[in-house]
Design a protein around this ligand. Structure first.
Ligand code: ITT
Length: 200
């Protein structure tokens, strides 16, 4: 039986990063939601990132019959009481507008009050059951302007102290060593490989 994993996401940035991070799962065929256009986009109304990750993974597993890995993630900004949080994808219509809106909302906020974190919740499902879950967090602060062109989403406005630059100024290989997504996948990997029948 072929070893197949469906990445239960329509976000190309996530697909790219997860594909690179999962490179160790050699021999597995990695598909994404783009390969299943007939599966309707699941409605994300969970109260937490993990609620949403679990329901996305179950929805894709149920409808494809395949082992499915979902990622629900977003940005928590302390000065905004945790917003945009689980609403990160819907904070404004486009990525550029979301970043601009964030910079405007934080105008006048002092450097030491611009703390924020990226959170990634991952859930792995077979039809009808969750096989594993994991979470990862990356701490940072919100920049005063957009910087860099790597990555996706909020990366241009997210400053990482240990890199000394915005996340979008760091090449993919660097982001993938420290990101919230990398940490979640690292924690998930042993169970993921076991589900795929791959010995690490
Ligand atoms: P799927 O639900 O199909 O996976 P989505 O983009 O709607 O795709 P989410 O609901 O998880 O995904 O929303 C995540 C939001 O947070 C979205 O706006 C992303 O651009 C942003 N985001 C998540 N991870 C990020 C990262 O590593 N860097 C920058 N922005 C990120």
């Amino acid at each position: 039986m072929p070893r197949q994993l469906l990445l239960a996401t329509r976000n190309d940035g996530k697909v790219r990063e997860i594909r690179e991070l999962i490179g160790v799962a050699k021999g597995a065929e990695i598909l994404s939601a783009a390969d299943f256009p007939e599966i309707p986009e699941p409605f994300e109304d969970g109260a937490t990132f993990m609620d949403n990750a679990r329901s996305k993974a179950l929805c894709y597993a149920e409808q494809s019959g395949l082992l499915s890995l979902a990622d629900d993630s977003g940005l928590i900004v302390d000065a905004l009481g945790g917003r945009p949080g689980v609403m990160s994808a819907r904070y404004a219509p486009t990525s550029a507008e979301r970043n601009n809106k964030l910079l405007v909302e934080l105008e006048g906020i002092r450097d030491n009050e611009r703390t924020a974190r990226f959170v990634c919740a991952m859930a792995l499902a077979r039809p009808g059951r969750i096989a594993a879950t994991a979470e990862g967090v990356l701490e940072g602060t919100i920049e005063r302007e957009s910087r860099g062109s790597h990555g996706f989403g909020y990366d241009p406005v997210f400053h990482v102290a240990e890199l000394g630059c915005a996340l979008a100024e760091a090449p993919a290989a660097i982001k993938n060593t420290i990101s919230h997504r990398a940490k979640a996948l690292q924690a998930m990997l042993p169970l993921l490989l076991r589900e795929l029948g791959i010995t690490p």
